[in-house]
Ligand binder design. Structure first.
Ligand code: AMP
Length: 117
């Protein structure tokens, strides 16, 4: 499977589509999901072209993987979700229900969440 540079998150990264930004540094971008499933529903993406969780963990350098997940944790803290709790999800591939083929983590909180499956 090859990376599709026309996916919507690639367009957001190139500035062709706007997003409601929560956090940005030189390696990671986070923005609010356009169709939120919780009061706080943020998508966190690396700025490089990884298709999904598997591709990211298999092929990204270790320092980027560490930075990415530490940034997810930092954003959860910035959104005051630590005490009440939150969920991170990464849909991977067809059976995982992944719609956008650019690796992303959903960070959801702000209410008591239901079961996953
Ligand atoms: P997934 O099913 O894990 O690939 O999730 C893709 C997510 O991207 C969905 O929750 C969508 O609501 C969200 N989404 C799609 N387009 C946009 C957009 N332009 N800005 C923000 N979120 C988006």
């Amino acid at each position: 499977m090859t990376y599709d540079f026309n996916n919507i998150f690639a367009k957001i990264l190139r500035g062709e589509i706007s997003c409601n930004k929560v956090y940005e540094d030189n390696k990671v971008l986070a923005f609010y999901d356009i169709n939120p499933q919780a009061p706080a529903h943020v998508l966190v993406i690396p700025k490089k072209d990884y298709i999904n969780f598997h591709d990211f963990v298999e092929n990204a350098p270790a320092d980027l993987i560490q930075h990415f997940f530490k940034t997810v944790a930092k954003i959860s803290q910035d959104l005051n979700l630590i005490e009440t709790g939150y969920r991170i999800i990464s849909n991977c591939g067809n059976n995982g229900g992944q719609e956008v083929p650019h690796f992303h983590v959903h960070l959801c909180g702000g209410k008591k969440l239901g079961k996953i499956c």
